[in-house]
Write a protein that binds this ligand. Structure first.
Ligand code: GLN
Length: 303
């Protein structure tokens, strides 16, 4: 097995050789102007070491990767009650699909597609003002990463709010089926803000350690909950690309349209990759490829 300190810079160089970088998300104007030709990888290992290569100190918009943190908080607050409102099955559809929500009468397939994450955010709000719920989310992520610098980028949240027509449609659909407890605008405002959390690739790898389940790492949720969060990441973390990701990488992972992916090697490591250009499923093109190469080289797989 290669040594990570020498392998990651080689992986970074290899990723930059291929001229196809994918397309940045264009539906959020603040993300549309990011240079796609960036790549970073960071590995936080169970023994406390952090390895990184490429643009690992450049902050980026974490977007849907935050859904793992908000799900952990929602389950901590209300336990299995969330599952009366959201399913646990892969959707086989795009992250922002509306058609399935109508067919299934307002109960989103899983907590990682947008409709399911909006319900999860609604559960985290639990009648509290958005500022209080957002403070809890930021605090959770800071505790996981052991880094108090992590913050929300308000310009990204405002940019998504101004153009978030599909998410407004999803939220109002949920409300029409009586599956939102707070006003749609309030839940969505909270959702857009937590999606606008900004982290470097190194910070994201550190924040992911709470899902590794190893002694000495920050422990924020129980062992059985860690396993369940990882199970959902494996089956639903990449939307309609989840099967392909499991096949190619073999690890639980969660992607975001900012181009970040968090992947977990249970008991061993938390890995973050970032490259803003996306593939046809809206997941980082080079990030996915880099994880496949790293997992193969390190012989890391849950199978
Ligand atoms: N905030 C984004 C949205 O709602 C998150 C989607 C994603 O990262 N896949 O569209």
């Amino acid at each position: 097995m290669p040594d990570l300190a020498t392998f990651l810079p080689r992986l970074d160089a290899g990723m930059r050789e291929d001229p196809s970088w994918g397309e940045v998300a264009s539906y959020i104007p603040e993300l549309a102007r990011i240079d796609p030709e960036q790549f970073a990888i960071a590995v936080a290992s169970a023994d406390g070491a952090l390895y990184q290569a490429g643009d690992a100190d450049v902050p980026f918009s974490v977007q849907s990767v935050t859904k793992v943190f908000t799900l952990a908080i929602a389950l901590g607050r209300s336990g299995d009650q969330l599952w009366t409102r959201v399913g646990r099955e892969p959707s086989g559809r795009a992250f922002n699909s509306i058609v399935q929500l109508e067919q299934e009468e307002g109960r989103p397939r899983n907590p990682f597609i947008n409709a399911g994450a909006i319900v999860t955010t609604d559960e985290v709000l639990a009648g509290r003002p958005p500022s209080v719920a957002l403070a809890e989310i930021v605090q959770f992520v800071r505790a996981a990463a052991e880094d108090d610098e992590i913050h929300i980028n308000d310009a990204v949240a405002a940019s998504e709010t101004a153009y978030g027509h599909r998410n407004f449609a999803l939220a109002h659909f949920l409300a029409a089926y009586d599956n939102l407890r707070n006003p749609p605008e309030m839940t969505l405002g909270t959702y857009f803000h937590h999606c606008a959390l900004e982290m470097t690739t190194a910070q994201l790898a550190l924040a992911g350690r709470f899902l590794v389940d190893a002694p000495g790492l920050p422990r924020l949720v129980s062992r059985s909950r860690i396993r369940r969060l990882n199970a959902l990441m494996l089956t639903c973390g990449h939307y309609d690309g989840s099967g392909d990701f499991a096949y190619r990488v073999g690890l639980p992972g969660k992607s975001g349209v900012g181009g970040g992916i968090l992947a977990i090697v249970p008991g061993r490591a938390s890995i973050a990759v970032w490259s803003p250009g996306l593939n046809q499923y809206g997941n980082s093109l080079k990030g996915t490829e880099a994880l496949a190469r790293l997992a193969r080289a390190m012989d890391w797989s849950i199978f």
